[in-house]
Design a protein around this ligand. Structure first.
Ligand SMILES: NC(=O)c1ccc[n+]([C@@H]2O[C@H](COP(=O)([O-])OP(=O)(O)OC[C@H]3O[C@@H](n4cnc5c(N)ncnc54)[C@H](OP(=O)(O)O)[C@@H]3O)[C@@H](O)[C@H]2O)c1
Length: 276
């Protein structure tokens, strides 16, 4: 009887995933939902998960402008693109309702305002409206998405929510006055996800906080001639602080390994534990 129940529920799960992908079942039953997959790390996560055969729900604020993601989805039929602005809570609710019957093994909270150095992110020049926006996007909206998809994640096999933080969010590592708004957003994200982890673990869900580093998603490091490489990346290559393209795969392996027992740690992409 137990076997019949198990086979029936597996059938429902596979049928639901099949519906999402227009009836053609992907090769791998594990599903990941990635926010902010139009470019950068999110696009690279979508590529690497898809190459591993995962079912990838890749979200973008404006899919019609996400040309690289569209091209990736042409290469990998196991990628479904969905529109999602994480600060538009009606849109979050609608997407969570659409995927209510679909188990999501890993929810990758990647999409954020990512700015370390420039603009209104300096004492004396703080733009307070911008500060409100970055705190809403990088903190409040992250929790909103995590709560909206909690049931789908709890129904998955891996049951993991991953918050993309930053080394800059480590209070223990502060050594300059640089980028206070961005850093505050990541420090607040860390606490919000650390405490949400204590709540979600009762559902078997692991809420993990990872600092991805600046990943060399364009694989600049493999070039012999760095003359065409943007200054910011050239400098990071020279300083030896750019994480290699393989860091995305290393993070997927790390996420695979980590579980509820690890929610009290703040990990870097390479598995190193950082001070909160
Ligand atoms: N790169 C780094 O140096 C670095 C270092 C440490 C941590 N991180 C973290 O890693 C994550 C990815 O960074 P990245 O380098 O890939 O940044 P990125 O290239 O600037 O990409 C950010 C992504 O977030 C999306 N996004 C921004 N606001 C959004 C919103 N309201 N709703 C939904 N999506 C939104 C963007 O979408 P649009 O294309 O629509 O703008 C874009 O896809 C971020 O959480 C970032 O803070 C990055």
């Amino acid at each position: 009887m137990a076997l019949v129940r198990t086979l029936t529920s597996m059938g429902i799960v596979l049928a639901a995933i099949g519906l999402v992908f227009g009836g053609s079942l992907p090769a791998h039953a594990d599903a990941v939902l990635i926010t902010g997959a139009s470019q950068g790390h999110g696009l690279a996560f979508a590529e690497d998960y898809a190459a591993r055969g995962w079912t990838v729900i890749a979200t973008a604020r404006d899919p019609s402008k996400a040309a690289d993601l569209q091209a990736l989805a042409k290469r990998f039929p196991n990628i479904a693109i969905e529109e999602l602005d994480i600060t538009d809570y009606a849109e979050v609710d609608a997407l969570a309702a659409k995927y209510k019957q679909t188990p999501i093994d890993v929810l990758n909270l990647n999409g954020a305002i990512n700015t370390f150095r420039f603009g209104p992110n300096r004492f004396g020049k703080i733009d307070y409206a911008w500060l409100d926006t970055i705190l809403k996007t990088n903190v409040t909206a992250q929790l909103y998405v995590a709560e909206a998809f909690l049931d789908s994640v709890a129904a998955g096999k891996q049951k993991k929510i991953v918050a993309m933080s930053a080394v800059g969010g480590s209070i223990g590592r502060v050594n300059s006055a640089m980028a206070p708004g961005y850093r505050a957003s990541k420090a607040a994200l860390n606490m919000l996800m650390r405490t949400f982890g204590e709540y979600a673990k009762d559902r078997g869900v692991a809420v993990l906080v990872i600092a991805p580093g600046t990943v060399d998603t364009q694989d600049y490091m493999s070039r012999k001639d760095l003359s065409g490489v943007p200054e910011r990346y050239r400098r990071q290559i020279e300083l030896g602080v750019l994480a290699p393209r393989s860091a995305i795969g290393a993070m997927i392996d790390l996420i695979d390994r980590l579980g509820v027992a690890d929610i009290d740690k703040f990990h870097q992409w390479d598995g190193q534990v950082l001070p909160w």
